[in-house]
Design a protein around this ligand. Structure first.
Ligand code: ADP
Length: 577
């Protein structure tokens, strides 16, 4: 939850950062783009101005050169006598015309002018080299006027309404009298051909504001104002053209060179496009990097949160574990205590059961002891009599018998005493045969009374096991006791102890030829207090056997599918001392 909240805060902060960065970038981009736009505009327009000015300078020189070439021809011709004679009235008109035409043709051919014409003082056309004029020779009035005022005539003229020419004229004077006028007409085909090569529009406007020469055929003879309006050539206009003008004062003309403003627009577009592209790129990179930083911070925070969660989980788990551990060790202590208690109770139980057995055996043993005692009594009385009669040898024989009987009694009572003692809990090498013999001393009276024969495998001599002597005797006493109980009333009751194997683990079978144990009871016979001998049995005999065998690290089991009952004992073998 905390983590999620923190994540949201970070995301909100980064959103604000992005917004801020976006706004700053927008401002910078706008300013940058505007600056780039201004620079591009001024540079390109400077360039265009310069280019146009260069073109203007060159073309005005070209124009001046062309006109200059012809300017002096009329005044020079006017000084020639040959020309003056053309206007003398002595000769016939036809003759003068012929001469004048020949002269005009010669001068036209030599100079490359468009035409050369001679006018009489009253303005009549005497002759012209090429018949370019109609009825009204172009610019005649202006040329006559200038001649009368004794100055060089110069004028633009249209021939037949469309062919533009420039005319220079000079008056032919003799004796202060105007005799005639010489006019030279200049065409502009060559100039316009040169201009046609230029990409920029070039034109000349005359003093009436009409376009007289141009490399744009469709602009010819139109007023400059109309063209300016149409193409936006006025200075400062964003579209259209930049107009660079130079006055040609001699002709009263203005030469215009127009720079194409669309190049400025193209430059502006390119620069603005590039600048926007760069800022867009910068923006994309900035946003990408901000995104990466945000991701990294979020990841680091997530990892930290995860580590903290893990740490907390580990801490909790450790606490739980140590609690569990403590309760477990407490439980273990309790168990150990309980086990110790159980062992103690078991031992008590074994002892109690044993004492109970001892009590039972006491009846049989008292018979066993009573008999020798009675015999001892009789032998003692007899001995007394024999001694009185001086029968030394009889007395000695009786005493020997008495001694043997006392030895038997003391053996019995000694065994009983040692059996009823509390057994040791440690294990040591024990001779199986010794334990068996001790058990037999105790059980034999009961077996004899029931008429049961107990046989022991002679192979058992010298077999040693890890055990306690008294407890092993008790195992045999209990097993023999059960067998004798089961064989009660049978004429051929037999119990046999057989050695099955003695390497590593000693395996013994205690077998009887009694009724055996029903298979369905086989699982229960080792349970404490299980008995089928109501009133007579305690149900502890086999349970004690089981526990003693466990203490020895051995086992006891009831073998199935046998005639009679067969108990198998397994014990650790021990080396004879
Ligand atoms: P108890 O002898 O006091 O009844 P045990 O624990 O010694 O108690 O024996 C439990 C039961 O196992 C006996 O009641 C008896 O039914 C059965 N049992 C033990 N040994 C033999 C045997 N050799 N043959 C037949 N039944 C036996």
């Amino acid at each position: 939850m905390d983590n999620w909240l923190a994540g949201r805060t970070i995301r909100r902060r980064f959103f604000r950062l992005r917004l801020g960065a976006g706004l700053v970038l927008l401002a910078v981009a706008s300013a940058g783009t505007f600056a780039a736009w201004s620079v591009a505009t001024s540079r390109t327009s400077d360039y265009l101005q310069r280019q146009a000015a260069e073109t203007l300078a060159v073309q005005s020189e070209v124009l001046n050169g062309v006109l200059e070439k012809y300017r002096l021809i009329p005044p020079l011709l006017a000084r020639q006598d040959e020309v003056a004679r053309l206007f003398a009235s002595l000769a016939s008109d036809a003759y003068r015309q012929t001469i004048a035409r020949a002269l005009a043709e010669e001068i036209t051919g030599l100079s490359g002018a468009r035409d050369v014409a001679f006018f009489s003082a009253d303005g009549a056309l005497l002759a012209a080299a090429r018949d370019i004029f109609g009825d009204e020779p172009a610019g005649r009035a202006e040329l006559l006027k200038a001649a009368r005022e004794n100055r060089l005539g110069r004028t633009t003229a249209l021939i037949r309404g469309k062919n533009r020419v420039y005319a220079f004229g000079a008056g032919v004077r003799r004796d202060g009298q105007l005799r005639g006028v010489v006019a030279v007409y200049v065409g502009f085909d060559a100039v316009e051909r040169t201009w046609a090569l230029s990409a920029n529009p070039i034109f000349v406007s005359d003093n009436t504001g009409t376009i007289f020469l141009s490399n744009r055929v469709d602009w010819l003879l139109k007023p400059v104002s109309e063209i300016e309006a149409k193409s936006g050539a006025a200075r400062g206009n964003a579209s259209g053209y930049i107009d660079v003008v130079r006055d040609l004062p001699l002709m009263g003309w203005q030469l215009h060179v127009l720079g194409d403003r669309s190049r400025i627009v193209a430059a502006q577009t390119t620069v603005v496009g590039f600048s926007l592209l760069i800022f867009l790129l910068v923006g994309v990179i900035a946003f990408f990097m901000i995104g990466r930083i945000e991701d990294r911070i979020l990841l680091r925070r997530r990892e930290r949160a995860q580590a903290l969660r893990l740490e907390r989980a580990v801490r909790d788990r450790t606490k739980e574990l140590s609690l569990a551990n403590r309760s477990l060790s407490h439980e273990i202590e309790e168990r150990i205590e309980a086990e110790r208690e159980l062992k103690r109770v078991q031992h008590e139980l074994i002892q109690a059961a044993k004492l109970a057995g001892v009590g039972q055996m006491a009846a049989a043993l008292s018979h066993e002891i009573n008999q020798p005692l009675a015999a001892i009594e009789t032998y003692a009385a007899n001995t007394k009599k024999a001694l009185a009669l001086g029968r030394q040898e009889i007395a000695e024989g009786n005493l020997d018998r008495i001694a043997a009987m006392v030895a038997r009694i003391s053996e019995l009572s000694g065994t009983l005493l040692s059996f009823s003692r509390k057994p040791a809990t440690s294990l040591q090498p024990v001779s199986v045969q010794a334990a068996l013999q001790e058990a037999l001393i105790l059980i034999r009276p009961k077996a004899d009374r029931a008429g049961v024969a107990i046989t022991v495998d002679p192979a058992l001599d010298g077999v040693m096991v890890e055990a306690g002597r008294i407890r092993l005797s008790q195992v045999f006493v209990n097993l023999f006791g059960n067998a004798i109980d089961a064989l009660e009333g049978r004429a051929d009751g037999r119990v046999a102890v057989e050695l099955k194997s003695a390497d590593g683990r000693v395996c013994l079978h205690v077998r009887d030829n009694g009724p055996g144990i029903a298979p369905e009871l086989a699982g229960e016979v080792f349970e404490p207090f299980f008995t089928t001998r109501d009133g007579q049995g305690s149900g502890l005999g086999l349970s004690i056997v089981y526990n003693i065998m466990q203490d020895f690290g051995g086992s006891v089991a009831l073998l199935p599918n046998e005639a009679g009952a067969v108990f198998e004992l397994r014990l650790k073998a021990a080396q004879a001392e």
